[in-house]
Ligand binder design. Structure first.
Ligand code: ZN
Length: 298
């Protein structure tokens, strides 16, 4: 007799009869085998779904990353375009600066050596790649900085030269005796060389230094009375004579326009006035050479 298995199904309702299903060992094996196959298939599908979900998640993350890269590239393109425009602007400015440098060099007589044409900004920065362009712009600016420093130093020297050069007369007043040969003011028909100009002014008139310099003489001179001598450098020396009072002493540094003495009538003089003499490189020069049209302090 073949062995059989039974499954008894008892309904929840008590008034209904239970049912019994019988099946053979063969059917049992079929059921178990089917269950195993179903389990393997279900597990496979489950694992596949998990894998697919992870794949989609990774794929979406990569898409988002690519989108971000694309946006970054667009931003960088805009930045590169901006840098190119800026480079062109710098190029124009450098060309303008180079042009101005040439003019200033000519005016100030500077022997600046700003190297080759390339370093003077005469090439087009737009014709080379941006990174190289910016490197060249940096080199250009370094060269221009050196040139500007040369201009500054030249300007400082120029300003010092201006400050140390007489540019007006020490007092306001009429020229009562000019530079050069003249009849002897003390009478007779003899002539003498007048080594400066006489400027008529009231006794005690404040006398101004006509340029920056250093006092090299302050004292009595038998001809010029109370006399001041100032060395201005650059070979220029000035005298202020016949004074009634000296306000500075030897070694004092004086500035252009500074009151250095009061006029008078001391020494070999026929009346109250200021005698003013200018030497350039040891040679007497007409003081009016150094004055403006109205002889006023500038
Ligand atoms: Zn004189």
């Amino acid at each position: 007799m073949k062995q059989k298995y039974s499954i008894i199904i008892i309904p929840p309702e008590h008034n209904k009869p239970s049912r019994q299903i019988q099946f053979s060992i063969k059917i049992k094996k079929v059921i178990l085998t089917g269950s195993a196959v179903f389990g393997v298939l279900f597990s496979g599908i489950f694992i596949h779904d998990i894998y697919q979900a992870n794949y989609i998640k990774t794929y979406n993350q990569k898409i988002a990353y690519v989108d971000k890269l694309e946006m970054d590239l667009q931003a960088k393109d805009l930045e590169i375009a901006r840098l190119n425009n800026k480079t062109a602007e710098i190029n124009n400015n450098l060309s303008s600066i180079a042009s101005l440098e040439k003019k200033i060099t000519s005016i100030l007589k500077i022997n600046s050596q700003p190297s080759s044409e390339t370093s003077r900004g005469s090439f087009s920065l737009q014709s080379v790649p941006t990174a190289q362009t910016l490197d060249q712009a940096g080199t250009l600016l370094d060269n221009h900085k050196q040139v500007i420093e040369d201009y500054y130093n030249a300007s400082v020297q120029y300003e010092d030269r201006i400050n140390c050069t007489p540019s007006f007369l020490p007092v306001d007043g009429p020229i009562t005796s000019p530079f050069g040969y003249r009849r002897n003011p003390f009478g007779g028909y003899s002539s003498e060389f007048h080594m400066g100009v006489d400027i008529g002014c009231a006794y005690g008139t404040p006398v101004k230094a006509t340029a920056d310099g250093t006092v090299t003489f302050a004292g009595w001179d038998s001809d010029f009375g109370q006399k001041l001598v100032i060395n201005h450098g650059y070979g220029i020396v000035t005298w202020y004579c016949h004074n009634s009072q000296l306000n500075v002493k030897v070694g004092d540094k004086v500035k252009k326009g500074q009151i250095i003495c009061l006029s008078g009538n001391s020494g070999r003089s026929t009346g109250s006035h200021l005698h003013y003499t200018v030497y350039v490189n040891g040679q007497l020069v007409d003081p009016l050479t150094f004055t403006s049209n109205n002889n006023k302090e500038q």
